[in-house]
Ligand binder design. Structure first.
Ligand code: ADP
Ligand code: MG
Length: 292
């Protein structure tokens, strides 16, 4: 593959965990700082860039390909907040085909259209659904498209389970030119022990947390306006959290191949935390989990 133009970063995580919210705020923060940014939604939900472009209509790459007409960049992209170029790969017709297919189609089309040579981005962010890292959804970390991935996770077991699966995919593909891991972004944290759970999981897997975004009404309210926090509430504490996260991700070169936990290890680890939370909440130290 030819020399990359810009830093290409994949952001994974389970559905509904806050990938698009986090990615869009990172894009907005980088654009606000003067960088040229492209955000590519790689989720059949096709709503990755909504808050960067005021919820306006944007045809997806797959929908445009289905029309069979010659596609121009303007047909499948729109400039949003601070000039962030927004693209949605799209998904299959419900009930037909592979959900990850759009990603491959989008990546191929963008190369054909010489997007990166012409737009000359500083950063390209891929917002990728990571519930199952199947062939299609692994494309951004597998085929040399990005060289670094981050995962958005809460302290909930299903989110950590999805993060652990991404670690497995990275471990598998990295030796043949796949991406490495930049770290874990904690999102939607509420309980006092949420951060401790994420920290413990990253320690166990040889990775690290690169930022923590607490749950906040500022995020919900900005979304209702069809805007990122950076645009709708630029003076808020949350805007600054996203700015710091963006700066960290932009500059971080400490990339690793994670050591995912095996199925039994992950189950035991979760159970230990179940016991700890019981002890914290009940004030009873040393009771086994069966006592609940
Ligand atoms: P995903 O892209 O992973 O499917 P979204 O970014 O669309 O998830 O987020 C799902 C919902 O959670 C959205 O309504 C979003 O506003 C909300 N959300 C995400 N992060 C936060 C947060 N830190 N605080 C409050 N709400 C959040
Ligand atoms: Mg999303």
């Amino acid at each position: 593959m030819s020399e990359k133009i810009g830093k290409h970063i994949a952001i994974y995580g389970k559905g509904g965990i806050g990938k698009s919210t986090t990615t869009s705020n990172i894009s907005a923060a980088l654009a606000e700082a003067g960088y040229k940014v492209i955000q590519i939604g790689c989720d059949p939900k096709s709503d990755s860039t909504n808050t960067l472009r005021g919820n306006t209509y944007l045809p997806t790459v797959l929908d445009s390909l289905r029309d069979g007409k010659k596609i121009h960049l303007d047909d499948i992209s729109v400039k949003g907040f601070s000039g962030v170029l927004c693209i949605e790969s799209g998904g299959p017709v419900p009930g037909v085909g592979c959900a990850g297919r759009g990603i491959n189609a989008a990546v191929n089309l963008l190369q054909e259209l010489n997007l990166f040579e012409e737009f000359k981005p500083d950063y390209v962010l891929y917002d990728v659904l990571g519930d199952v890292v199947c062939g299609g959804f692994a494309v951004p970390i597998r085929d040399g498209i990005t060289d670094r991935a981050y995962v958005v996770s809460s302290s909930d077991f299903m989110a950590i389970y999805a993060a652990n699966n991404l670690f497995k995919a990275i471990q598998k593909y990295e030796p043949s030119g796949g991406a490495k891991l930049g770290g874990v972004i904690g999102n939607g944290l509420t309980a006092v022990y949420s951060q401790a759970i994420i920290d413990d999981f990253t320690k166990k897997t040889g990775t690290k947390a690169v930022g923590y975004v607490p749950r906040s009404l500022v995020v919900s309210q900005s979304e209702l306006y069809g805007k990122t926090v950076i645009e709708a509430n630029p003076e808020s504490e949350h805007a600054n959290i996203y700015r710091s996260l963006a700066k960290y991700i932009a500059e971080n070169e400490d990339l690793v191949v994670p050591n995912p936990l095996g199925a039994a290890e992950l189950r035991d680890w979760a159970r230990e935390w179940g016991d700890k939370i019981y002890q914290i909440e009940s004030g009873v130290v040393g009771e086994p989990a069966e006592a609940i």
